[in-house]
Ligand binder design. Structure first.
Ligand code: ACO
Length: 430
């Protein structure tokens, strides 16, 4: 294979270097195309476009492979903790004992939010979606911790903001839930690890201590690890694009949270449960909904199905389905929505429409069943995704900002509007 591809457009020639990744994936570098030929490429939805080189996550959608820094997610889900996985993603290596201890204890140091920020929660209606609160609060952190948003942050500054975000986001999410149910906030505790600490802030109250259920802690840990990164998805690309203007880490991540909120991305876990509830209330006829999803005029899609990259199976969905089964068995919960989800999956996977388009359950298809079993309210589901994705967003922002070749993100367009015309004063318009 040549190390360059030569394009000849209207007699103008341009040599485009071929870039090859560690796993053999290839790209054509068209960086000189516009200058040499006047042409740009057109790729709505970026289905054929690489925006950067990255050493964080590798995924092969045809083979169903997902690795963080080279380590298969199956191993991390089984053996690692969420904080260790966060360290791996952000710093590129597994921490030794000393590094891990220092990283964990800095979570305690940063777990509280500024007391003044608590007033924010009062300003929101109790019906506010927690993603709205989360994105606003994360962006507002740049106002409360201004020393952390220097023009040129040092490595130490970035490390501090990273751990601060990872730790505080848990507190913000739990506080927004407490606000929505009108209960007093429960502060973070230093004696609890990341996931138990979050669950305690969510479910403990002055009159009702929260009894941690190990199976729930484990299931949530796995869920967060599996959501921790997914290379250049919609929200991560947003974080990188916003950050490419040198917007600070809080602002960039706040934008990522907004991108994640949409039902075609991280909001899908909420949408899946809403869909399963609808099917349940409608008598549980999954075939009816498979038919509806195939009917392009219905405007309905099977939520939690399909993926831009996975065309075989989503390895995360496989682990999550198993975890959902295990958790419900251990907790002795019979959730009719799990039965519907399994029947829906079976029906769709046998259907020619879904087979031809290689549509499989994605990470969000079964994750809501786990969150529901743990007691997380529906509106908080995308927020749980955001907590999980935080290490990935931070790792990508850091990689982007530390790369001296990064340029501000600024795509082109092909203009299809009116040709040049004169301004007509209002009196003369017909
Ligand atoms: N139900 C029914 N049909 C579907 C579905 C679905 N869930 N997903 C894709 N299709 C169909 C499309 O209608 C299209 O059919 P066509 O070729 O006849 O026009 C074909 O499959 C390809 O779909 P696209 O929308 O072009 O695929 P794209 O890669 O752009 O979208 C996406 C991927 C957004 C995930 C899509 O599959 C979808 O909307 N799924 C449901 C929402 C969802 O679960 N999102 C979570 C994704 S995972 C994540 O972000 C964490």
């Amino acid at each position: 294979m040549s190390d360059k591809i030569t394009l000849n457009i209207e007699g103008k020639t341009v040599d485009c270097p071929v870039i090859t990744g560690t796993e053999g994936d290839k790209a054509i570098d068209i960086g000189k195309l516009r200058a040499a030929t006047g042409y740009i490429t057109m790729d709505p939805g970026f289905g054929n476009t690489g925006s950067c080189k990255s050493a964080i996550t590798y995924l092969d959608g045809d083979k169903g492979i997902l690795r963080y820094r080279g380590i298969p997610i199956e191993h991390l889900a089984e053996k690692s903790s969420f904080t260790e996985t966060a360290y791996l993603l952000i710093y590129g290596k597994l921490p030794d004992r000393k590094e891990m201890d220092a990283f964990s204890s800095s979570f305690n140091e940063h777990s509280m939010i500024h007391e003044d920020m608590k007033n924010f929660f009062d300003a929101y209606p109790s019906s506010a979606h927690p993603m709205a609160i989360l994105s606003a609060m994360v962006c507002s952190m740049s106002a409360y911790y201004p020393d952390m948003i220097k023009e040129n942050p040092t490595k130490e500054d970035i490390d501090r903001i990273a751990v601060q975000l990872l730790s505080k986001v848990r507190t913000i999410c739990a506080f927004s839930y407490k606000k929505s149910i009108g209960e007093p906030f429960v502060y973070p505790r230093h004696d609890l690890m990341y996931v138990p600490n979050f669950l305690n802030m969510m479910f403990a109250s002055p009159t009702r201590p929260y009894k941690l259920v190990e199976e729930a802690v484990q299931a949530l840990k796995v869920l967060l690890i599996l959501h921790a990164d997914h290379e250049q998805n919609c929200s991560t690309s947003t974080v990188r694009l916003v950050g490419s203007s040198h917007a600070n880490l809080y602002a960039s991540i706040s934008a990522g949270i907004c991108a994640l909120w949409g039902p075609l991305h991280g909001g899908a876990n909420q949408a899946v449960i809403e869909m399963l509830e609808e099917i349940h209330a409608d008598g549980g006829d999954v075939q009816k909904y498979v038919a509806k999803a195939k009917d392009k005029t219905s405007g309905f899609r099977l939520m939690g199905f399909g993926h831009r990259v996975y065309k075989n199976f989503d390895p995360r969905a496989k682990i999550i389905k198993q975890k959902a089964d295990e958790l419900l068995n251990k907790l002795g919960i019979h959730d009719p929505l799990l039965d519907i989800a399994k029947r829906l999956e079976e029906a769709a996977l046998k259907d020619e429409y879904f087979i031809a388009r290689k549509l499989y359950p994605n990470v969000d298809f079964y994750s809501g069943i786990i969150l529901k079993a743990i007691g997380i309210p529906l509106k908080m589901f995308p927020v749980m995704f955001a907590i999980g994705r935080m290490p990935g967003w931070i790792a990508h922002w850091k990689e982007m900002i530390e790369d001296p070749t990064t340029k501000i993100g600024r795509p082109f367009q092909i203009y299809i509007g009116s040709p040049s015309r004169d301004y007509v004063p209002i009196e003369q318009r017909g």
